[in-house]
Design a protein around this ligand. Sequence first.
Ligand code: C2O
Length: 547
Amino acid sequence: STTRHYKFDVKLQNVTRLCHTKSMVTVNGKFPGPKIVAREGDRVLIKVVNHVPNNISIHWHGIRQLQSAWADGPAYITQCPIQTGQSYVYNFTIVGQRGTLLWHAHISWLRATLYGPIIILPKRGVPYPFPKPHKEVPILFGEWFNADPEAVIAQALQTGAGPNVSDAYTINGMPGPLYNCSKDTFKLKVKPGKTYLLRLINAALNDELFFSIANHSLTIVDVDAIYVKPFTTDVLLITPGQTTNVLLTTKPSIPNATFLMSARPYATGLGTFDNTTTAGILEYHLPNTTTSSSSSTLLLKPTLPALNDTAFAANFSSRLRSLASVQFPANVPQNVNKKFYFTVGLGTSPCPKNQTCQGPNGTKFAASVNNVSFVLPTTAVLQAYFFKQSKGVYTTDFPDNPRFPFNYTGTPPNNTFVDNSTKVEVLPFNTQVELVLQDTSIQGAESHPLHLHGFNFFVVGQGFGNYNPAKDPAKFNLVDPVERNTVGVPAGGWVAIRFKADNPGVWFMHCHLEVHTSWGLKMAWIVLDGKLPNQKLPPPPLDLPKC
Ligand code: C2O
């Protein structure tokens, strides 16, 4: 293994899309940002230097951060932000992961423009458990706002209403040909009869996406940097924060057409959302020539499921299984020490007296986990924990169960009885956790892509309606459940996950729809030190930013 060094200069850059030019926050002037490439086992050092007026923090989404919680990145959870003119070196080792992950800003809505791929290759000499691809191509989905996304969320929080939606989805930063005044289209140039590994990343702020390539099927081989049992599909679903590696095998001879690849949302909510479609072009080239199939005029479009196709979503996620082989075992916790039942969802809360709110019936939107709408403190939770200065920062009374349970198949109540506070849940080292996540917003429900920092978890069960603790556990898959870091809690249903709390530190868990995080659908776990030296949280690095 080696050490890889990167430098991220966070700076403003003019970027034009949809005939709008704006100055936006980028890493090294690139949009999407630069790629991090490492092998499993490598140490990665990234020096982030902040040259912009905003406070910055970067998260290495899905990296386990074993014994390196200080490098995780969520602002006010593991670190104070990097202020203008300051820098911080993120320092971590990649253990037991290979595939694709992403990095992104983890403060306010800056991830709208600050994101990029993390590519983890297997250890030298270790082959993939599938045929070696001819080429590997990262494909990042994102959202483009003509406005400044920071202004969009600031306005939404001020009015209590939903934020303005983006103006386009993008593939590798490009909206594609289906939008007005769009000059930027991603083109994937391929040769006939070859296999390509597409590393798909959903970095969009607020939407789960369906993706398909016309007249081509996709074989899924890896999700969230963990191999899965390969299966073939025409369409896939990817939530914000998820990554999916697929094999694309091209046609044996050059076809008489080009093919669109496209993505558009899976959204069941009643609110407004961007329902447009981003597209790129799959273009065949003859080997050793520049002759392309685009000279032939026929452009084929893929068929994507309907916007609210929950049946597709449920079926797709149930097909994902761990490889669970001798070489890549699925270490599913068979017994659990601690069970939690968390409700996650949207609701509204009463409008504060001195404000006029533009949410439903004059309320303001709120989101919560077990009725707690998490408030970010003004110093980092991890620092407060390490230095034993929790007073005024957080309390450890996060509820293990919802305080106001109701029938989740009915009409959701007008508000979620939210308590705005900073509560955390404390786990002794090596606790084997089972967590059932129940989506509470039923009619007009939306699925919530829940992301856990610091761990992968196994998705042992899922279902619609109310979780039934007497019946449902009998159906759990403890053999080959998919292992990942972000899971869609189904609209109108529940999902059960298991993980072993073997990583000391403070770990954020939140909905990866950024607007829901802004509204409070987030919480944090503190995992205590174990007894052995390698089970303890090390002291903070000297350059850790101060608040
Ligand atoms: Cu990808 Cu806490 O985020």
